[in-house]
Design a protein around this ligand. Structure first.
Ligand SMILES: [Zn+2]
Ligand SMILES: [Zn+2]
Length: 219
């Protein structure tokens, strides 16, 4: 009986949980855009891509598929933020992985119609905005006009209420870029990732690769 139970519980890793309905809602699996910080939709599409590229010879249970894909996605998202500026401070990795797992669950529950319409609307409003993993959550405003909410604003930006310790503050030269990213709806902001610290980025990308060792499932 235990054997039967196990075989029911296990799925081939290339059959993503609820993938058809999820795809209808978020789109096909896709890698991150090289010049943009990801929206929640980008993160979920990356999850699909990572799930599809898991080693199909290994058998995972559903929870493991999501966890493995979330770890790989998190690594790429972190590298993307560090590409903006290596000194930018982001949330700890395990926290980002947990958040991705939570968002994945939220989307699958939504496409299966297991949530209230208010929660569904909340997801609609959040799916195309920045997946913000910055440590500093303080508001960034236009220096010329504090009420300006134009995503194309070309003025410099300030974060007047930020009282983060100096090592956690968003680097001053990135404030304008981050402000535009936080205001964008959809994939693209007018400002794109420009200054790439190539050496550091290559190091991070290599680190991502190294972490991709195959998982032997525990049970
Ligand atoms: Zn402005
Ligand atoms: Zn702050």
């Amino acid at each position: 009986l235990i054997n039967i139970m196990n075989s029911i519980k296990r799925v081939r890793s290339n059959s993503c949980p609820g993938s058809k309905k999820v795809k209808e809602f978020i789109g096909l699996g896709a890698d991150l855009l090289p010049s943009e910080l990801p929206t929640l939709r980008n993160v979920l599409q990356l999850m699909l891509l990572e799930m599809e590229s898991l080693d199909t010879n290994l058998q995972y249970v559903l929870k493991e598929i999501v966890y493995e894909a979330a770890k790989k996605s998190s690594c790429k998202i972190v590298a993307q933020y560090k590409k903006v500026n290596i000194n930018i401070q982001i949330q700890p990795n395990h926290y980002i992985v947990q958040r991705i797992e939570k968002e994945w669950k939220r989307v699958t529950q939504t496409v299966w119609g297991r949530v209230k319409s208010s929660q569904k609307n909340k997801l609609y409003n959040e799916i195309d905005v920045l997946f913000d993993i910055l440590r500093c959550k303080h508001i960034i405003i236009c220096k010329e006009d504090p009420t300006c909410s134009d995503p194309k604003c070309s003025h410099s930006a300030i974060s007047p209420t930020c009282n983060c310790p100096s090592n956690l503050k968003i680097p001053k030269i990135e404030l304008k870029f981050i402000k535009a990213q936080r205001l964008k709806i959809g994939m693209k902001s007018v400002y794109q990732i420009h200054c790439i610290d190539k050496k550091e980025y290559t190091r991070l990308a290599k680190q991502c690769k190294r972490k991709e060792k195959p998982l032997i499932s525990k049970n």
